[in-house]
Write a protein that binds this ligand. Structure first.
Ligand code: URA
Length: 435
């Protein structure tokens, strides 16, 4: 078998066999197949698609590229969550400690920023000392002791996805239904949780821009989960505008901490409660989402979620004092506030444009493996549906220098549309599909 023939077959729109997919995945983790061939193959998959059967084979080949953890001895049930990626999506930073505080263990393998979206690992690394590079033993010991762990792919867990993910990020091959579904599900299967809540984002700031595409992705992941014996719930949630107010690594950590203190933006707090409640239902800790919400609201109000966050941060080597002192997070030296030039109702904040502007400040990567700047980003003021007066601040840019702040201002202003007529706030959740 030759890699070039497999690339050509996919380029010509033919379905690959399980043997061909296994050969390709094994080839790229052992580096027999170079990155440029993997990139060409990923582009062929993006353009030609994959059948459900190919996607399931690709998922299992990537999951089996490393160990498959068995968490069954750790707790009655361990639940995981994953987002398909969005702008300002710091949900894991709140939901993981929130749900763990209620008694449901969370063991999660996360990713880095991808395309114009941020990544949980990059966000967590803005906490001084926090380590996302855990061995399998450390991963298991952390969830056993603390009921919570979030780590990156290691050489041991789904390494094929780790490599492919980094390549896709810089080769414009992210928005492909089979590549997203197999990437997410391979990690979830390898990390061992029996039940998984998938937050499938829809809109300009998501890889799936229409509800019908998002629904297809959700249904595909439910089917892949079922074939691997995992229970999957998908929440189809809005990503037309950024989630919450902060976009950028440390700024998002700060917003997550504020949310755990009970002072988070209303949309983001509610989103976390919806995802968390579905996790509690899957984990058997709540009979229905409403009861789940009540448990979570109590854990937030009584401070257990924030206490669990501190415990989690120090368990993974981070400075837990950030939970009480946000100035310990990286701070950008320059801030620039952008004001509205006229009055009106906010009709649009294009999440993709905000994501791209934030990346240009240095919060994301252009090349594989590049470091990110944890301090930079933007913090939004009013959101879609809000009334804005002329001169009112729309957002604040956090940058390394005046020049990049000014460039960001030009870019980000294009993301805003005002209307003279009142505008309804967009829905937070479109649908919940339970597998
Ligand atoms: N999240 C992932 O883990 N993989 C993707 O491909 C997209 C979002």
């Amino acid at each position: 078998m030759r890699a070039v023939d497999i690339i050509a077959k996919k380029r010509d729109g033919l379905a690959l066999t399980a043997e061909e997919i296994n050969f390709f995945v094994e080839g790229f983790i052992t580096e027999r197949i170079p990155d440029y061939q993997v990139a060409a193959w990923a582009m062929a998959v993006l353009l030609r698609g994959m059948t459900d059967e190919e996607t399931a084979h690709l998922t299992m080949a990537m999951a089996h590229s490393g160990e498959i953890l068995d968490l069954s001895g750790l707790a009655h049930i361990v639940v995981d969550k994953h987002s398909t990626g969005g702008v300002g999506d710091k949900t894991t930073l709140v939901v993981a400690p929130l749900v763990a505080a209620v008694g449901l263990p969370v063991a999660k393998m996360s990713g880095r920023g991808l395309g114009f979206t941020g990544g949980t690992l990059d966000k967590l690394e803005s906490i001084p000392g926090f380590s996302v590079a855990l061995t399998t033993e450390q991963f298991l010991a952390t969830v056993r002791q603390h009921g919570i762990v979030v780590a990156g792919q290691s050489a041991e867990l789904a390494p094929a996805d780790g490599k492919l993910y980094a390549l896709r990020d810089v080769t414009a091959t992210v928005p492909s239904l089979p590549l997203i579904a197999s990437s997410i599900m391979s990690k979830k299967i390898a990390a061992g949780a029996e039940a998984i809540v998938l937050d499938v984002k829809v809109g300009r700031g998501a890889f799936m821009t229409t509800l019908s595409e998002a629904r297809k992705l959700a249904e595909l992941m439910i089917r892949i989960g079922a074939s691997a014996g995992r229970r999957v719930t998908t929440v189809l949630s809005g990503m037309g505008q950024p989630l919450g107010r902060a976009v950028g690594n440390a700024l998002e950590v700060a917003e997550a901490i504020e949310t755990l203190r009970g002072n988070g933006p209303q949309d983001f707090t509610e989103h976390c409660l919806v995802i968390g409640a579905e996790m509690l239902v899957l984990g058997g800790l709540a009979p229905d989402p409403d009861k789940g919400m009540t448990l979570l609201e109590r854990a937030l109000a009584e401070g257990q979620a924030l206490a669990k966050f501190r415990e989690w941060v120090s368990a993974q080597g981070g400075n837990a004092r950030v939970a009480d002192d946000l100035s310990l997070l990286p701070q950008a030296p320059v801030t620039l506030t952008v004001a509205a030039s006229q009055a009106g109702y906010l009709a649009e904040i294009d999440a993709r444009a905000v994501g791209l502007a934030t990346m240009a400040l240095g919060a994301g990567r252009e090349r594989k493996g590049e470091p990110v700047d944890h301090a930079v980003g933007v913090v939004l003021g009013p959101k879609v549906g809000d009334r804005v007066e002329a001169g009112q601040p729309l957002l604040t840019i956090h940058a390394q220098d005046e020049q990049s702040a000014a460039a960001c201002k030009q870019q980000v202003l294009g993301a805003y549309k005002l209307s003279s007529e009142p505008v309804a706030a967009p829905p937070l959740v479109y649908d919940v599909l339970r597998g």
